[in-house]
Design a protein. Sequence first.
Length: 417
Amino acid sequence: MRTIHKTLRSLTFIALSLTLVQCTELNAGKVKQDFNSWFTDLITPRASSLEMANDGYTVKGNLKNKPNQVIRLFEMTAEGLVFIDSTFTDKKGDFNVNGSTKELIFCALMVLEKQMVYLALNNATEATLAIDATTTGINYTITGKNVDESQALKDLLKLNEDFSARIRALEAEASKLNPNTDEGFNKMQKLQADYYANLSERAAAILSFAKARPSSFIPFFILHFNVVQEPTIELLTVARDAAVKADPTSKYTQMIQQKYQEEAKLMVGGEAPEINLPQPDGTNLALSSLRGKYVLIDFWASWCGPCRKENPYNVEMYKRFKDKGFEIYGVSLDQDPTRWKGAIEKDGLTWKHVSDLKGWSSSAGQTYNVHSIPSTVLVDPDGKIVAKGLRGEELDAKLQDLLGVTPMEKGPQIDKP
């Protein structure tokens, strides 16, 4: 029986989100951050508490055919939505929200449950909205003063939705195929190629969108709110430079500058930081010594259930690609050398292995900001990062593309973690 990648069926919105089963530092009691749900900020709808501001933003408009509808304004943050204000539409559907802010902020105007208008507001904003919303969708126009960033947000979301619609169409077609037949298998392979081509085209289009705004916080928005699945060093640089030009004192500028300092070295396109740790026999093996091959840095541990469950798939994958210019550099977060070596032998892991046996305090894990496992980084023959977080079918498809290997005819029948 042929093994077909399940990407089109199981990763419907890979471009927007990715949920994995992993062992995390949280499970080990290491991460203690506790973000309160923004729902606790929702209060009884009331008239705007900021509407008396003499110098501030104004958001007014009409919600078509929705009299006496509560309108809520939130600030968008990486942790969730923070409640700012609320009001009601009148009998004609008109509404008005006023307020004041120290600097430009990204906001979500919730007009119906899960239906929002995304805005960029500062004290020079005078926005007028014409909104037609239902429980299944929303359309709106925005006019007024200082609304360019808000219009850009609308254009960005439209761009993203166009690509999402393409992906949904591919998945709908894939759901009708039987991959166990020759015809179905071949068509599925074509659909997968189209799928990844769409993701690449989408990433390029969003990067171009960001580059077209050299003095704007829109590139920051793209990164901060995960519009792209795998940000690159190029996009990070564009976002940092555009934010500095837009307002060097903004909190968004400070955030993107900090992100650049902390993450630039680990972005796709950047050079993979060196790792040089002991192997099971006690001799050190440097990551850089494997230059000339595609190398998968695989963070795992003997005690990690999802890691062990995935190993049979990795064993088969390694057999297929090891003679094609591919190597795996396993970095264990174990602390017990006996368990580490025992897991390698029991699972038949014949690739390279290193560990400093420091668990979550592993020097390599800290260098690569590893907070959950399994975690992977794919490095090209020149030592540049080409992908992060790939596992299972996604990783197999990526290696096929990079190494020019034909799809696997037969493979291990295991459940992906």
